[in-house]
Design a binder for this molecule. Structure first.
Ligand SMILES: [Zn+2]
Length: 371
């Protein structure tokens, strides 16, 4: 019996997933020669072998895959509706197989890296009192020396739909979709970066909990993703905020809109202790240069990728969700869901992908400047 088990373990082949701009690579790694039998039907691809397959990576599925199951004789990939075709190839000595799923839209490919992100560092090294002492000396948060962790914050969620468009689109859905793409693209562009999402499904997360998550992870950057809304249906375009006192009526209106959700929070989650609020305010004034640099980069990347759309510029406002963060932080309003044309835009995959791309390129520029 033990002999049989050993044989099957030795014969098993590992499987890795790599999201790309235009599809997903499923790579099989085996010592022995592979002789796959591939069967495609609809959005499902069945690959059979004579040996069991196991998944080496535990990271969650990229947007291109709805499901991936492995079993004793191969694996079945269920592509999402974004995938329009799939192809596969064996390497020279038939020891590795790559299944390549392509989305309808072909987008410029960055080089694919095969590294996995590093494990989470020991964050207990930096106690709040150490952070406080550093901030008091005007030094910024001590862990920021290495740009190795980012928090991506999909605005709203769960019982908080955010802004709702005339045709019923909810901000919380659009922000989650864009954030998941940002995560997938970041894994390719900055494979060593640890990426934390404040939510990965349609769930309610209080504003305070979002920044606490970032602080607890000792993140180096906090990027909150939102869609704008205005009473004037023709208002449109994209803008990026960093934390400061609102300077214009427009900025104050957006600040009110995004802080509205505080009413949904339990009192206990809203009231922070005064020390941490003081800390956060100090932190955000120390990080103002970095935050405004990133905000500027996001605006210029959006302008490049969307030449026909209106840049509303870099703005400042007192967003609660940015206020508690002990790291540089920005809030991106990718478009107006209250504008029927932009609501339609926000529904298109191409738009959301480009928006994610603009945000990711800006983070890459920021990382290059930091490291
Ligand atoms: Zn919002």
């Amino acid at each position: 019996m033990i002999g049989t088990l050993l044989v099957s373990v030795v014969a098993a082949i590992g499987l890795n997933l790599f999201p790309r701009y235009d599809g997903i690579v499923i790579e099989l790694l085996g010592e022995q020669t592979l002789d796959p039998v591939v069967h495609a039907s609809g959005n499902t691809l069945r690959v059979a072998f004579n040996q069991p397959v196991y998944r080496e990576e535990t990271r969650s599925l990229p947007i291109w895959l709805d499901g991936l199951s492995v079993d004793s004789s191969g694996f079945t990939a269920e592509f999402s509706s974004l995938v329009t075709s799939a192809d596969w190839a064996l390497n020279g000595d038939s020891t590795a197989m790559i299944v390549f799923a392509r989305a309808g839209e072909e987008i410029l490919l960055p080089p694919v890296s095969w590294q996995a992100p590093p494990p989470a560092p020991d964050t207990t090294l930096w106690s709040d009192s150490l952070v406080f002492a550093a901030l008091e000396r005007g030094e910024g948060s001590p862990w920021l020396a290495d740009f190795d962790c980012i928090v991506v914050d999909p605005g709203h969620g769960g019982r908080d739909p955010g802004a709702v468009g005339a045709n019923g689109s909810q901000e919380k859905d659009r922000t989650l979709e864009i954030s998941l793409m940002v995560r997938d693209l970041l894994r390719i562009r900055l494979p060593e970066l640890r990426i934390v999402l404040t939510r990965t499904s349609d769930e309610y997360v209080s504003l305070g909990a979002r920044t606490r998550m970032a602080n607890r992870n000792r993140a180096d950057l906090f990027v909150s993703i939102h869609c704008n809304a205005a009473e004037n249906r023709s208002a449109g375009g994209f803008e990026t905020y960093f934390l400061s006192r609102a300077r214009t009526d427009d900025a104050r209106a957006v600040q009110m809109l995004e802080n509205n959700v505080l009413e949904l929070d339990d009192v206990s989650t809203v009231s922070e202790d005064p020390l941490s609020f003081l800390l956060a305010d100090m932190a955000q004034s120390i990080f103002q240069n970095q935050s405004s640099y990133l905000a500027g980069a996001i605006q210029s990347n959006f302008t490049q990728l969307f030449p026909g759309r209106r840049s509303r510029g870099v703005k400042r406002a007192g967003f609660y969700v940015l206020r508690g963060a002990y790291m540089p932080a920005v809030l991106v309003e990718v478009g107006f869901i209250s504008n029927p044309e932009e609501e339609q835009l926000l529904k298109s995959l191409d738009f959301r992908f480009k928006a994610a791309q603009a945000i990711v390129e800006s983070i890459v520029e920021y990382a290059e400047r930091e490291n």
